[in-house]
Design a binder for this molecule. Structure first.
Ligand SMILES: [Mg+2]
Length: 291
């Protein structure tokens, strides 16, 4: 564990919160709430807690309702452990069916609370790490094709709904095979890494910069029409031309496609950008073509 994880303790009885906090505070950051609506507020505000210890019996909104609300809203819900005085199988089953990861009955045993919380925090951290790994390209650290496709679908749907411009840039390193053949694959990898860093740092955080495959990259630009995308592309093209990654002179060809508000799909955009890259290669490379 690098950073201390944060546990949100929710109980209408402050004495119960104190008992749990005393057990956990050496190992974790603690946040507290004494009712369901405060819990929902804290659980949906960044930085979100990593785990919730949730009392079942509370006035107004009980723990089951809180759990249901949290599970319903989130794509990736925060793990919840119920803490309750009820100890029959039906209640435990109900809690687990709602999506809770565990169920602890009062009176609590400090050692068991600590052990279970630690276990579920470790599982969550492994899940988070795996998720980060699954959406990034191993070599360059930027987003991978898998993540790009998912992000593109969301962004295209949103841009179409709000009638906002969106542009896709396809960037291809010119004569990259020659780089590998001349300098070796490890040099080639360094070039890909340096180019990726430039593409990533020269774009806004909301833009998706991904390695699409081999020496091919895709950038999705929100709220950006093809004119702005062309300016941006010219700037990137020039920056790469001057980069000399690992002392090797390289250039890129860029194809641009702007989203048509007439039911364009990611594949449509991709095809137009791909065609534009071909034209850029045809025109002698190291240039930008709007498709
Ligand atoms: Mg209670």
């Amino acid at each position: 564990m690098t950073d201390k994880a944060t546990i949100l303790i929710v109980d209408d009885a402050p004495s119960n919160i104190q008992i749990l906090a005393a057990i956990l505070k050496k190992t974790f950051h603690i946040k507290v709430a004494t009712n369901g609506s405060d819990c929902l507020k804290i659980a949906t505000t960044e930085p979100k807690p990593d785990l919730i210890l949730l009392d079942v019996e509370m006035p107004d909104m009980n723990g089951y309702e809180v759990c249901e609300r949290l599970m319903g809203d989130e794509k990736k819900p925060i793990p919840i452990i119920f803490v309750t005085g009820r100890n029959n199988d039906g209640d435990e089953e109900k809690g687990l069916n709602l999506g809770a990861v565990d169920y602890i009955t009062k009176p609590i045993s400090p050692a068991i609370v600590l052990a279970r919380v630690k276990t579920h925090i470790e599982l969550k951290q492994q899940r988070d790490a795996f998720e980060v790994m699954a959406m990034h390209d191993q070599l360059t650290g930027i987003y991978n094709r898998h993540y790009l496709i998912e992000a593109a679908q969301h962004k295209i749907a949103r841009a179409t709904r709000h009638k906002q411009p969106l542009s896709l840039l396809m960037l291809d390193i010119d004569h990259f095979k020659a780089v590998n053949d001349t300098y070796g694959h490890s040099k080639g990898d360094e070039v890909l890494q340096e180019v990726s860093q430039v593409l990533k740092t020269q774009n806004r955080t909301e833009d998706v910069v991904a390695r699409f495959g081999g020496e091919e990259f895709i950038i999705l630009l929100d709220q950006c029409d093809s004119d702005s995308a062309e300016q941006k592309s010219q700037y990137l093209r020039k920056t790469i031309e001057e980069l000399n990654p690992s002392g090797i002179k390289i250039t890129i060809s860029i194809g641009i496609a702007q989203l048509n508000q007439t039911g364009d799909s990611f594949d449509d955009l991709l095809k137009r950008a791909d065609l534009a890259v071909y034209q850029a290669k045809d025109q002698g490379r190291n240039c930008v073509v709007v498709g």
